[in-house]
Design a protein around this ligand. Structure first.
Ligand code: PLP
Length: 386
């Protein structure tokens, strides 16, 4: 066997041994349903919180954009890939977030790995919440700055790290998820904003799971009545917006800098026009119908209350079962009863915190949520039994 294949086989065998190997399963989604291996399951694992990926107006906009501009952008946005729909999308994003400007990237992952290294480098400091998304950590690492991870949402820890390290560095950035993707809790953005200002650090919030769901659809900086001052508001168009792409909403000079300096913006092809057209139509719905955007959180609360879990702050409800084996058995049991709840295990979450992650969408019927809660109560305790 070639050494390359021997290497891959060795890695895979180790993952199999720990039950950590993952493979993409063919899934045909249709609204809240997902068909896998010929079975139709009610899915609680999609981040399509407002079910906009199948919304007739959104699909219509995608088709119209494909017909007008084609299916691919053909080049980077700095070359010829900047089709006219981009301007419209960026204007709407900035308006929704209350910033002077916005910049769209190829994906949320590309946004964070482009934004962070364009702002800080070898002389600088980054503080990252330990449970932030993998692409926040990747952007921080790629920047070459000194990275300090602070304990999850622990303001005293973040303050101590800034006190000890801030003066040694020129610039400083604090990066956090607005809504934590595997826990569903909100970052203390108001406290982080105060802390950032005290230490002259720039605050970046990744609102992948907040846009369209929290704060009347405007995101986690708008969770409370007074909007929090977050100068770098990034997020994705692939979750509640139902399409694809990433964005940064910020001041005009920061956005101008991204457009000429963020490497993932410069050296990657522009988004397909149908995707941009779809995102515009989806943002229209989010802007015009805040009552609709409140539904995923209401559904999550219904589920949590039925199981006596703490009140969720977002559309995500985790049930931490700790061991990988237990989570796999619990997910299997739910699947037998017609529910798709994809098990979440390391390295997506820290070791010993494997979990079921339930994601609620506007269109999940209340009765099905009650049935899910009853099934979890019954089947998960079976999976927990020795
Ligand atoms: C999903 C996610 C991303 C990545 O966004 P994509 O557009 O899917 O690349 C970034 N940050 C967080 C918190 C996420 O949950």
């Amino acid at each position: 066997m070639r050494s390359l294949d021997a290497f891959a086989c060795g890695k895979l065998a180790a993952l199999d041994g720990a039950r950590l190997r993952r493979t993409p399963v063919v899934t045909v989604r249709d609204g809240i349903f997902a068909e896998r291996g010929g079975r139709i399951l009610l899915s609680f694992s999609c981040n399509d919180y407002l079910n906009l990926s199948r919304h007739p107006e959104v699909i219509k906009a995608a088709v119209a954009a494909a017909q007008r501009y084609g299916v691919g952008a053909g080049a980077s946005r700095l070359v010829t890939g900047n089709h006219p729909l981009y301007d419209e999308l960026e204007t709407r994003l900035a308006r929704l977030k209350g910033t002077a400007a916005a910049c769209v990237f190829g994906s949320g992952y590309l946004a964070n790995t482009g934004i962070i290294p364009a702002l800080v480098g070898a002389d600088d400091l980054i503080l990252v919440d330990e449970l932030s998304h993998a692409c926040v950590h990747a952007g921080a690492k790629l920047s070459g700055a000194a990275v300090c991870r602070y304990r999850h949402c622990d303001m005293a820890d973040a303050e101590a790290l800034l006190t000890a390290n801030r003066a040694k560095h020129q610039r400083a950035l604090i990066a956090t998820d607005g809504v934590f993707s595997m826990d569903g809790d909100l970052a203390p953005l108001a406290d982080l904003s105060t802390l950032a200002q005290r230490f002259d650090a720039w605050l970046l919030a990744d609102d992948a799971h907040g846009l369209g769901v929290i704060g009347g659809g405007r995101g986690s900086s708008f969770a409370n009545s007074a909007a929090v001052d977050v100068p770098l508001q990034m997020g994705t168009l692939s979750k509640a917006v139902g399409a694809y792409g990433g964005y940064l909403c910020a001041s005009q000079p920061v956005v101008d800098l991204m457009r000429t300096r963020a490497r993932t913006f410069i050296y990657s092809t522009g988004l397909p026009p149908p995707v941009v057209g779809a995102a515009i139509a989806a943002l229209d719905i989010i802007e015009c119908d805040p009552a609709y955007t409140a539904l995923p959180l209401r559904k999550a609360k219904l589920f949590a209350r039925a199981l006596n879990l703490p009140d969720p702050q977002s559309a995500i409800v985790p049930l931490v079962l700790r061991e990988t084996e237990t989570v796999l058995a619990a997910a299997q049991a739910l699947e037998e009863d017609g529910f798709l709840v994809v098990p979440i295990r390391p390295p997506t979450v820290p070791k010993g915190t494997a979990r079921l992650r339930f994601a609620f969408t506007a269109q999940h019927p209340d009765a099905e949520i009650e049935r899910l809660a009853a099934t979890v109560r019954r089947r998960v305790s079976e999976a927990l039994a020795p």
